[in-house]
Structure formats: C-alpha cells, structure tokens
Design a protein around this ligand. Sequence first.
Ligand SMILES: [Zn+2]
Length: 205
Amino acid sequence: MYIKDHRLQGDCITQYACPKNTQKIRKHIALVLHYTANNNALKAVKYLTLPGVNASAHVIIGRNGEVYQTVPFNIEAWHAGKSELDNLHELNHFSIGIELVNQGKLIFENNRYYNWHNKVVDSKDVFIKEDPNTGHRSFWHRYTPVQLAMAKEVTWQITNHYHISKVVGHSEISPDRKLDPGEAFPMDQFKQLVYKQNINRKAGR
Ligand SMILES: [Zn+2]
C-alpha cells in the first residue's frame, strides 16, 4: 500500500468520488478515528458520499478489512464537526478522518445486547469495559482483528506521507457530544505507532 496523488494505492483499496468536498485542507495536523455506528461499509460509503448529507470521511474501513477512499487527502472531509485540539478549532481544516465500521455503544437489557436502533448484537462481538473506580460497566461493539490491522496500515501510510504526529479519537476533540471510536478501540496502539514513526523520522531513520 502507498499514497499517490492523495489517494491510497493497493489491491484492497476501492476508490469513490465525493464531489461535495472541494475545499483544500489548510494543514495536515491530525488524523481522527471514528466509528460509523452501522454494520456495513458500502452503506456507509453510499451515505457519506450523498450530496445532501452533511458528513463525509476520507476513508471507510469495513469489518473484513476492505478499504474505501472517498475524499482525496488534500481535500477537507466533513468528519470532525465542532471540535478542538491544541487551540485549533474546526478540525476538518486540519485533519484526515477515518471511519471504521462498528456499531458503537450498546445497551444491555434482558440478557441481550442491542445497538442504538434496537437490533440484537451477538454477545461474542461485545466488548465490556469496567470502570476500575466505580465498577460501572459499559458495552461496546468489538472491532475485528483484520479491520484493526488494516486501520493500522492505513494510519501508518497517511501519517508517514503527510508527517502527521497526532492521532486522536473523535471523542477527544468533541468530548461533549461524541463517544467514537469508543472503549473497544485500542487507541493506545495507534498513538504508539505514530509516536514511534515520529521518533524514527526525526532521527532520520
Ligand atoms: Zn466521529
């Protein structure tokens, strides 16, 4: 996998157009990770590229590791909304957005797990987070190993190509209104990946 003309190149990548996005990114500062809150990559691609929908993303990664790019990396996508990071506001101007197909936070009721529109989620796909202080438990849709592996590869390519040193979840830049990518997402691994990459870059390795 590599990047050419602001598009990912490789066997597992499918490219789409998203004509509603035309504004140039001002500066590549951050990469923002999200979940789609749905269960189907192509549906997410179709929705996010609709002209009348006020949301979009650069890349959508499905549960089988399939990768769709809809917006070139030099163009703004509408993934961050009202947001703040290190005194920068409106992160769409300064960031690349990746959506992972995942149903997000779940509800546990009558011994079953439900997504946000009351569909049952198999218990083997549920990640349980217990707060070490309060003992409070929350329930999240798991990401798949192949999806996370592909997300790491895409993250590595983008942050390397654009010299991006900050990888954040949507919930970090819009904490009052967003939960994604949620507790089931191994955010530390992604931050570590980019941290190491930056050290190597500065050392000229
Ligand atoms: Zn988001």
